[in-house]
Design a protein around this ligand. Structure first.
Ligand code: ADP
Length: 198
């Protein structure tokens, strides 16, 4: 970090920003293999929350790689930096009072912990998309597994780059046996049980 940089305390604090929206901020962090359903479920939850009047924001892997993280590749080092930036941006949105949904493969436990540690206890909700690899590869919605198998793409998570399975995620969803609606209902119930939505 550069020298001579001093943190300014803002006059309006985090809780005040959220309270004008009548909601509690949190981050739902969707992690899992490509094709496990992160984007699909995050989008479905986003639609449900939005329709109920909650102020949300969805951050999605491919989209941030078009802008904020377009200088980053898929090496281990770049993946760490990618998640660090997304974690910080998620925190800013939560500080602004929003319910944030972030959908990123985020294969490394240490990176997910880094983001968790940016949030007050109970506000980071790790959603592990525990869909079997065979299902993800069978779906191959973007044709990426096929490219990774043929060697056209290197460092592909699950093929030639590791995925470290979350040990204690707040929620586990297997989209090979749960429909989109069942997953969304599960998430909505969890948020309500935690008192994050009413
Ligand atoms: P990821 O964001 O994890 O890469 P996507 O959401 O982009 O995954 O892709 C998941 C694919 O699986 C989509 O094409 C989606 O339509 C399909 N799919 C089939 N059944 C389900 C389900 N129950 N939940 C989520 N996705 C499903």
């Amino acid at each position: 970090m550069a020298d001579n940089i001093v943190w300014h305390n803002h006059k309006i604090i985090r809780a005040e920003r959220a309270s004008t929206k009548n909601q509690k901020p949190c981050l739902l962090w969707f992690t899992g293999l490509s094709g496990s359903g992160k984007s699909t479920i995050a989008n479905a939850l986003d639609v449900t929350l939005h329709s109920r009047g909650y102020h949300t924001f969805l951050l999605d892997g491919d989209n941030v790689r078009h802008g904020l993280c377009k200088d980053l590749g898929f090496s281990d080092e770049d993946r760490v930096e990618n998640i660090r930036r997304i974690g910080e941006v998620s925190k800013l949105f939560a500080d602004a009072g929003l319910i944030v949904l972030s959908a990123f493969i985020s294969p490394f436990t240490s990176d997910r912990r880094m983001v968790r540690n940016l949030f007050p206890a109970g506000e980071f909700i790790e959603v592990f998309m525990d869909t079997p690899m065979e299902t993800c590869e069978g779906r191959d919605p973007k044709g990426l597994y096929q490219k990774a198998r043929s060697g056209e793409i290197k460092h592909f998570t699950g093929i030639d780059s590791p995925y470290e399975v979350p040990e204690q995620p707040e929620i586990r969803l297997d989209t090979s046996i749960m429909s989109v609606d069942q997953c969304t209902d599960r998430l909505i119930s969890f948020l309500a049980e935690r008192g994050l939505i009413s």
